[in-house]
Write a protein that binds this ligand. Structure first.
Ligand code: GLC
Length: 428
């Protein structure tokens, strides 16, 4: 939520829904309390969500005409830019460096297994050839269907493909008026939204994730969410739907927070302040910070969907490309602690840990400062099963180990083994 908290708050207040504001600032999913109208949910996730749980790490991309001013994806709302003026950005949106295969390369290089791209954000600009809108990339300067290029390239690269779609469209008066004030206009607005969702599910082959956003401040009946979800599932029987259609969907999406739940969940996180490209933001999350999020999510049974805001010319910012490559370097050595790993509930002296079969990975990280207990033999508590051996994945060094009644004595080497201080234990 970061720097948008205030503007979203304003936005909701404007819509006269103070109660939603509070709920919204805690968790973006609307109407969490609404009972599931359909049987999907947990059972559905168990059946279709296996790949998602195994993947653990995905790429989120916020990209649209807002990349041109370069002040984040909320620029239209924050700066009160009238729709007609904002629309002119599409005449300049001609991203000559856009190359979906290169994007897929960056994702693979980072060790990501799936991706979600904004098909349309709150500003209404569509990256695809929507028949119910003229504010689309194919119908303006770019004359390209970026969503098609993205879906094809990512699928070809072996990555799972997701579309983000915002229910709200700031340009439409009907959205601001809502279903009560102007039911006729709202009905037309709903037709537009449902038609777009149908297009997304029929024009781009098999989709893995439908990632809703922007349901606030209206409830499921207003959005006809149940109908919407039923339609999506009938067109894309194996698709996973997130929790922001005003109904719970299949998995939760805590934003810039790690909040485990008993359903599937994925923490979406920015690497800078904004989600969309912001040329004023020079600071990028450190490698440690990103890896810490990733291992913390995995250790609690969830995913990390890490965001990038590509530039207006279509390229990823170079510092982001470099950071993703560093993440990938770490994952190449430590992938076993992430992909297909299971959460660890034992506290292991409060170190973050994951488990995969007989392999337990413990990350001796504590703040960004080193927490490497190499001052002598180190006792680790809460290890119920017998430990046979231990080693340091980064160096391949083996660590002398002695298991005794639920605790284990490790003789760690003096030198810190790098970034997360990871030690692997092999259980008997
Ligand atoms: C919020 C924001 C939006 C961002 C999203 C990512 O809903 O409005 O800008 O796309 O969260 O979680």
């Amino acid at each position: 939520m970061r720097n948008h908290a205030v503007s979203r708050r304003e936005c909701l207040t404007l819509l006269g829904s103070a109660a939603t504001v509070t709920a919204f600032s805690v968790n973006l999913a609307c109407n969490k309390e609404t009972p599931r109208p359909e049987k999907a949910g947990i059972d559905y996730f168990k059946q279709n969500g296996r790949w998602f749980n195994e993947a653990r790490f995905g790429l989120f991309m916020h990209w649209g005409v807002y990349a041109i001013p370069g002040r984040g994806e909320w620029v239209m709302y924050d700066e009160k830019i009238p729709a007609a003026e904002y629309a002119k950005l599409a005449d300049q949106f001609n991203p000559t460096r856009f190359n979906a295969e290169q994007w897929a390369e960056h994702a693979l290089r980072a060790g990501m297994r799936y991706a979600v791209l904004t098909s349309r954000h709150h500003d209404g600009f569509c990256l695809w050839d929507s028949k119910v809108s003229d504010f689309t990339a194919p119908k303006t300067a770019a004359k390209r269907d970026f969503l098609a290029e993205y879906a094809n390239a990512f699928r070809k690269a072996g990555l799972r493909v997701g579309f983000y779609y915002s229910l709200l469209d700031w340009r439409k008066k009907a959205y601001w008026d809502g279903p009560v004030k102007n039911p006729q206009a709202w009905a037309e607005y709903l037709e537009y939204v449902h038609a777009q969702a149908r297009e997304l599910c029929t024009q781009y082959g098999k989709l893995d994730v439908f990632w809703f956003d922007g349901c606030w401040p209206y409830d499921p009946p207003s959005w006809k969410s149940e109908e919407l979800l039923t339609m999506i599932r009938s067109l894309q029987p194996e698709i996973l739907i997130n929790d922001r259609s005003a109904l719970p969907g299949d998995f939760d999406t805590p934003e810039n927070a790690i909040l485990p739940s008993d359903r599937g969940w994925e923490s979406c996180q920015t690497t800078q302040e904004s989600w969309g490209y912001n040329s004023n933001e020079k600071q990028l999350d450190s490698l440690w910070f990103i890896l810490n999020k990733l291992i913390t999510c995995a250790s609690k049974g969830g995913n990390l969907l890490l965001n990038v805001g590509p530039r207006p010319d279509g390229a990823f910012p170079q510092p982001v490309i470099d950071r993703l490559a560093e993440v990938g370097d770490w994952l190449r050595v430590h992938g076993e602690t992430i992909y297909g790993s299971e959460p660890v509930t034992a506290h292991y002296n409060y170190h973050v840990a994951t488990r995969k079969g007989k392999l337990v990975h413990i990350h001796f990280r504590w703040g960004e400062n080193l927490h490497w207990p190499a001052w002598g033999p180190y006792w680790l508590y809460g290890v119920e099963e017998r430990v046979e051996s231990a080693f340091i994945p980064a160096t391949g060094q083996s660590v002398p180990v002695l298991w005794q009644d639920g605790k284990v004595r490790l003789e760690l080497p003096r030198e810190y083994p790098g970034t997360m201080g990871t030690v692997a234990l092999t259980l008997a």
